[in-house]
Write a protein that binds this ligand. Structure first.
Ligand code: AMP
Length: 115
């Protein structure tokens, strides 16, 4: 989508500090980190939110959650102590960028419930 900031990052039209890339997925540091490690993992394809994941996207989402997130967690050395994975969805969920993204937060102790 032409006016989507994450599509522009995926297309390398907007700079980012990249942490991972393959044919379908890219990951980069959050601009306003909420933890010492704060990485966003996104599909390169524009998917508006978790609610817009179609049948054809299920393998992609599984790849992100099962392969990419653990790989990044290991590379950032937050796998042993633990980390948090968040997908904000919709307005009440706190989603501000309407391109599906998975937050990886780590290297500090997390609180529950979240704010
Ligand atoms: P959410 O509130 O779940 O939609 O998360 C959107 C996240 O994107 C926020 O944590 C922002 O700090 C982050 N963000 C917005 N623009 C950029 C950008 N250009 N580069 C990196 N992170 C960004």
């Amino acid at each position: 989508m032409s006016d989507c900031i994450f599509c522009k990052i995926a297309a390398k039209e907007v700079p980012a500090n990249f942490a991972y890339e393959d044919d379908d997925v890219i990951a980069f540091s959050d601009l306003a980190p909420q933890a010492p490690v704060h990485i966003l993992v996104i599909p390169k394809k524009h998917i508006e939110s978790l609610l817009a994941v179609g049948e054809e996207d299920k393998k992609l989402l599984s790849h992100i959650m099962v392969d990419v997130v653990p790989q990044i967690a290991r590379e950032k050395h937050i796998d042993e102590k633990g980390f948090r994975v968040v997908i904000n969805t919709g307005d009440d969920g706190g989603q501000t960028v309407k391109h599906l993204h998975v937050h990886i937060l780590g290297d500090r102790s997390m609180q529950w419930p979240p704010g």
